[in-house]
Design a protein around this ligand. Structure first.
Ligand code: SF4
Length: 314
C-alpha cells in the first residue's frame, strides 16, 4: 500500500489562533474558563481542553457572572455579545478574522439598505453568527431551491455573501441560481470562501484521482472536513471521514493500493500521523508526503488577551 499525505492539510491560521487563545488563557489565568460553542469543530481538540478544566457552553447564561468567556473561531452574533455584557463577562474573541470580514460585509450592506442572500448551512455556528448581524436583511439559502423560493424585486439592491467553509463547487451552483434569478445581484468585493478551505479542496481535487481511497481526518460537525470527503467522492474516489485511528475499518482497504490522507482545517496533525503509522503497521504502507505548502497566513491573538499578557509580564 502507498499512502499519499496531502498538502496543505489540517490546521489553518484561524484554528491555530483560536486554539492558542484558549491554551494561553489556561496558562495565564487557569481554569475555570468558559468557551461559547466548540472552539473549533474537532472532538479531540475539545476533549483535550475539557481535560484541562475548560467548560464548553451553548448558552451564555451557563457562564457564571463576571467570569471569562472565549468566543469560538466561528464567531458570534451581536445578541450573544450583548448577553455576555449583561452578565459582566470578560469576553475574549477568538473569531477568525476571515469570518469577521463576512460579518463586517453583512453589517455594511444591511446599513446601505441591501438585501443579503447568505449562502450557507442554516444552523451552523458561523452562519448563525453572521445572520445575527443583520437578521432583517439576510435570507439564508442552502440550495438552488431555496433561491427559487425567494421573491425579491428588480428594485431590491441585492448582494450575496457566503459561509467561509463551503464546497466551492456547491457554492457556485447556488450562486449560479442566484445570478440566473437576479442578474442584478452583486457579488462580495472579495471571495468569502477562505484560503484554507480553497487550498484543501484544490489539493484533494488534484490528488484524489491518483488514489483508490481518501481518508479525511476530522469530525462529523466540521463543515470543511465533510466537504473534502464530498469532493473526493464526486471525483470518483471513495472517501471516509474519521476522527482518529480508532475509526479505521479493515473492510475499507480491500483491493486498495493507494490511499490519500488529508485533514480538515480543525484536525490536529498528531491524529493524522497516528493514522498513517497504523496503516504502516497493519498494511506495510509506505508514505509519500506531497510537497509542503506555505500558505503564508498567520493571525494575531485577540487584543484583549494580548493586553492581559502584557499586564501579566513583570
Ligand atoms: S477555515 Fe478559514 S474561516 Fe475557518 S477558521 Fe480556518 S481560515 Fe478561518
Amino acid at each position: 500500500m502507498k499512502v499519499i499525505l496531502a498538502n496543505p492539510r489540517g490546521f489553518c491560521a484561524g484554528v491555530h489562533m483560536a486554539i492558542d487563545t484558549v491554551q494561553e488563557l489556561i496558562d495565564l489565568i487557569g481554569p475555570p474558563l468558559w468557551v461559547f460553542h466548540e472552539i473549533v469543530h474537532n472532538k479531540h481538540v475539545v476533549e483535550r481542553f475539557i481535560e484541562q478544566g475548560v467548560t464548553f457552553v451553548d448558552s451564555i447564561d451557563e457562564v457564571p457572572e463576571g467570569q471569562t468567556v472565549v468566543f469560538s473561531a466561528h464567531g458570534v452574533s451581536p445578541a450573544v455579545r450583548e448577553r455576555a455584557k449583561a452578565r459582566s463577562l470578560r469576553m475574549i474573541d477568538a473569531t477568525c478574522p476571515l469570518v469577521t470580514k463576512v460579518h463586517v460585509e453583512a453589517r455594511r450592506y444591511a446599513k446601505q439598505g441591501c438585501k443579503i442572500l447568505l449562502v450557507g448551512h442554516a444552523g451552523h455556528d458561523e452562519v448563525e453568527g453572521t445572520f445575527g448581524e443583520a437578521p432583517d436583511a439576510i435570507t439564508i439559502v442552502e440550495s438552488p431551491a431555496d433561491v427559487e423560493a425567494t421573491n425579491f424585486s428588480a428594485d431590491d439592491q441585492l448582494i450575496y455573501l457566503t459561509q467561509t467553509t463551503l464546497s466551492i463547487d456547491d457554492a457556485n451552483v447556488i450562486i449560479g441560481a442566484i445570478k440566473a434569478k437576479y442578474p442584478h445581484c452583486k457579488a462580495p468585493p472579495k471571495e468569502d470562501i477562505c484560503y484554507a478551505t480553497t487550498n484543501r479542496q484544490h489539493a484533494v481535487r488534484d490528488m484524489a484521482k491518483d488514489a483508490d481511497l481518501t481518508l479525511v481526518v476530522g469530525s462529523q460537525n466540521s463543515s470543511n472536513s465533510v466537504r473534502l470527503t464530498e469532493i473526493s467522492e464526486t471525483d470518483g474516489t471513495p472517501a471516509r471521514l474519521l476522527d482518529d485511528k480508532s475509526g479505521l475499518d479493515d473492510g475499507w482497504f480491500e483491493g486498495v493500493e493507494t490511499v490519500l490522507v488529508t485533514a480538515g482545517a480543525s484536525a490536529p496533525d498528531d491524529l493524522v500521523q497516528a493514522i498513517v503509522q497504523e496503516l504502516a503497521d497493519r498494511f506495510g504502507a509506505e508514505v509519500e508526503e506531497s510537497t509542503p505548502v506555505d500558505e503564508g497566513m498567520q493571525f494575531a491573538l485577540p487584543v484583549t488577551l494580548r493586553v492581559m499578557k502584557s499586564q501579566a509580564t513583570p
